[in-house]
Design a protein around this ligand. Structure first.
Ligand SMILES: Nc1ncnc2c1ncn2[C@@H]1O[C@H](COP(=O)(O)OP(=O)(O)OP(=O)(O)O)[C@@H](O)[C@H]1O
Ligand SMILES: [Mg+2]
Length: 277
């Protein structure tokens, strides 16, 4: 495996993949390859299975069928030891940043080093400050997560994901919930990481179209449990597919929700009393 992983391009390939929870199939028949050294964006509506797919890429869950390979190594046929080795090369920015509340930012960001390596504490802290500086959080090293904004926590999550110089970086919704300017900064960070580490395979899961335009080289679109589109950004934008044009122009398929059913009269009258009380 060593030769294969040391030298190979670290692309991520899905073959006839079926994933889900218990009996519930979330995604099926996924065959695609996310190219190494590029930024891929996995796009799809809320609940379509984007985070589920990421959980499988890091081996937190096993596919129901099919396979996932990274750098040519089939994730689920590796020995535990080889899997752990591979996993060390994958940095993850979780959807909510996943910082530990009882630790400062510097301690959180340093975790991948302090947990596994025998290094002097001062050196580990210096490394933590180095990556915090990359995400413009060096002045907040000794703050706790609850003292930060959502955008800052996401940036700290990114710092922790990259402190080991991983070959693969997975980001779950790095820009969701951020204002447009902060979101653009997060994208700029991903782009500068990409420029600095051209071999790194970066995968970002998103439904942020602005972000898609800014960062995507390659795009997967998931819809109704299936892979709806795979290709580069230009091909996506040129597509005449009705769902894609609708998604890209942010239109809803039909009017949503049924507001025709009215409130029960008894609730109306009790509410009226309560409002007057
Ligand atoms: N731990 C779980 N157990 C059972 N079902 C789950 C679990 N996590 C997610 N699901 C289900 O899997 C489906 C996909 O969820 P997932 O979180 O992957 O969606 P998503 O595309 O990441 O959505 P969002 O954009 O809102 O983050 C949903 O139907 C959800 O209810
Ligand atoms: Mg999600």
């Amino acid at each position: 495996m060593e030769t294969c992983l040391e030298d190979a391009a670290w692309d991520i390939a899905f073959t006839s993949l079926r994933i889900g929870y218990g009996e519930h199939v979330v995604l099926d028949k996924i065959t695609a390859r996310l190219p190494s050294g590029k930024i891929s964006v996995i796009l799809g509506g809320s609940g379509c299975g984007k985070s589920t797919l990421l959980r499988h890429i890091i081996g937190l869950a096993r596919p129901m069928q099919g396979s996932i390979s990274i750098g040519g190594a089939d994730l689920f046929s590796l020995t535990r030891r080889d899997f752990r080795r591979l996993r060390r090369q994958i940095g993850v920015l979780f959807q909510d940043g996943a910082l530990l509340g009882a630790m400062t930012l510097a301690q959180n960001v340093a975790l991948p080093l302090s947990e596994h390596l025998a290094l002097p504490r001062a050196l580990v802290r210096r490394e933590a400050l180095r990556v915090l500086k990359m995400v413009e959080l060096e002045d907040f090293a000794d703050f706790y997560p609850h003292q930060l904004s959502g955008g800052m926590r996401k940036r700290a999550g990114l710092a922790r994901a990259i402190i080991t110089n991983p070959r693969v970086l997975l980001c779950d919704e790095p820009t969701s919930g951020l204002d447009p300017v902060t979101a653009a900064r997060m994208d700029a960070l991903l782009l500068s990481l990409h420029a600095q580490f051209p071999a790194m395979t970066i995968v970002s899961v998103s439904h942020d179209l602005m972000s898609l335009e800014r960062i995507a080289d390659y795009v997967l679109v998931l819809k109704d449990g299936l892979l709806h589109f795979a290709g580069d950004l230009a091909a996506l934008k040129a597509s005449q597919d009705p769902y894609l044009t609708m998604f890209l122009s942010r239109q809803a398929a039909t009017s949503l929700g049924d507001f025709s059913e009215s409130m029960d009269e008894r609730v109306v009258s009790e509410l009226a009393k309560w409002f007057r009380a």
